[in-house]
Design a protein around this ligand. Structure first.
Ligand SMILES: Cc1cc2nc3c(=O)[nH]c(=O)nc-3n(C[C@H](O)[C@H](O)[C@H](O)COP(=O)(O)OP(=O)(O)OC[C@H]3O[C@@H](n4cnc5c(N)ncnc54)[C@H](O)[C@@H]3O)c2cc1C
Length: 411
């Protein structure tokens, strides 16, 4: 019987809301540790941002602070898990390739920024270096003569997101987890300060633990999350026809706002230019593409790699990211109700976090604390109501995202 037709359980140990990368990762780690888990999604598995992204992954941080160290530790563990642990455990191949990634500078300002982040990342132990145009061209002959150089991050790369998410879901099923797609969770039930379960479109499920892994949709379930702490942000991607092996390394440019890679099938996938979208894509749950953004992305490919400028576009799509005010995800216990957890708001980079987040949160749920410093990701950090935007992914965009969030009524 198809999963969406199967009856929902009356009671489990843990309910996970959301069957994207993060929800499937948490379900896998909890089920592996013996918990009875049910995962609910309002659509299918991997139908949110996890099935609509660029597939780039890496690790590291350029912040020389305790927060930077915490980001570095969790993303480094994530990359280790993707490379060494999960392919073996899940007996699956999610086409992880780690040739290193470029961040290409097209002007002096970008070059200087990359030089300073390279320095900071090296101090934190990152394997990164600056390349001048000659060195860059020797690795990517199709790159434009007009760019200035690039930061090269060894060990980063790309993967096929669907395979990873479905591999985690299958791994969770093998340990007894149930998946119920097309079954939205409408309410989290709390009695006397303790979580008791959830109300879904198909009935109530009792559980002493509820994890909200609904990314951009999280504010629709946690109505006390301060406005602007986590907002939906639409991103768009286009894909060209296939060409020969021309770009071995995923690339970013313009403060990482534009990004892309050549897929295993030879197509060039590129995304970005959110600043050409209505309200910079902030506040929108509409998974629709818009011509100005796609034009910008097309021009980005042609500008960085002139010989690829005449390739035909064969596909495009939009997806919704969960952007947080400070650019950091929300991971941990939420609010005052015992048993309520959140893992959401992974901005533009969930594939550098999802696997390790599942492990860390499972440790926290089972043992009261994780083996990682999750303090900087405390989901309650905006509870004082003072939400101020300092999001590195949004910094430098045309408009002040805080204003946009307020105007859009924040979700
Ligand atoms: C265009 C684009 C490009 C991107 N590029 C990259 C990239 O190259 N590298 C990278 O690392 N990251 C990238 N990202 C970000 C990355 O996709 C996300 O960070 C990651 O997928 C987040 O995973 P998630 O499981 O938290 O969220 P999602 O995959 O969005 O999953 C949340 C799930 O919750 C479900 N849900 C919501 N509300 C409910 C409810 N009430 N009841 C039940 N279910 C519910 C949704 O249906 C959804 O399936 C990109 C994102 C986009 C949109």
């Amino acid at each position: 019987m198809a999963e969406e037709q199967r009856s929902i359980p009356k009671e489990v140990d843990a309910v996970v809301v959301g069957a994207g990368l993060v929800g499937c990762s948490i379900a896998y780690q909890l089920a592996k540790r013996g918990k009875r888990v049910a995962v609910f999604d309002l659509r299918g598995i991997c139908s949110g941002a996890s099935g609509r992204n660029g597939g780039m992954t890496g690790s590291g941080s350029s912040m020389l602070t305790e927060t930077g160290k915490a980001v570095y530790a969790l993303t480094t563990e994530n990359l280790r898990m993707l490379r060494d642990e999960l392919p073996r455990e899940l007996e699956d191949d999610f086409m992880l390739r780690l040739p290193g990634t470029f961040d290409i500078a097209t002007n002096e300002e970008q070059f200087e920024h990359l030089e300073s982040t390279t320095k900071a990342q090296r101090e934190l132990g990152g394997d990164v270096e600056m390349l001048d145009l000659k060195a860059l061209k020797s690795m990517v002959p199709v790159v434009s003569d007009r760019v200035l150089g690039a930061k090269f991050a060894r060990g980063s790369g790309h993967l096929w997101p669907f395979n990873l998410v479905h591999a985690l879901a299958n791994g969770a099923r093998r340990f007894g987890a149930e998946f119920h797609p097309w079954t939205p969770v409408n309410k989290i039930c709390v009695a006397n300060g303790i979580v008791t379960g959830v109300e879904t479109s198909r009935g109530t499920v009792l559980a002493e633990t509820v994890v909200v892994a609904a990314n951009s949709w999280t504010p629709t379930l946690l109505d006390d999350l301060p406005a602007g702490a986590l907002v939906p942000a639409r991103g768009q991607i286009l894909v060209t026809e296939a060409v020969g092996d021309v770009i071995r390394h995923p690339f970013g440019t313009n403060f990482d706002k534009e990004y892309g890679r050549q897929t295993a099938t030879g197509q060039i996938l590129c995304g970005g230019y959110r600043r050409l979208d209505i309200n910079e894509g902030l506040g929108s749950y509409a998974e629709r593409v818009s011509p100005p953004v796609l034009k910008g992305i097309g021009e980005c490919i042609a500008t960085l790699f002139p010989p690829l400028g005449s390739l035909k576009v064969v596909r495009c799509w939009a997806g919704i990211m969960g952007f947080t005010a400070d650019g950091l995800p929300l991971i941990g216990r939420y609010g005052s109700a015992k048993g309520l957890y959140v893992a959401a708001g992974f901005n533009g980079g969930g594939f550098s976090w999802g696997a390790a987040t599942g492990k860390a949160l499972a440790q926290m749920i089972l043992h009261g604390r994780a083996a990682f410093d999750l303090e900087p990701f405390d989901p309650n950090r905006f509870a004082n109501g003072n939400v101020s935007w300092d999001n590195p992914f949004t910094a430098g965009e045309q408009n002040n995202p805080r204003k946009q969030t307020a105007q859009s009524g924040s979700n």
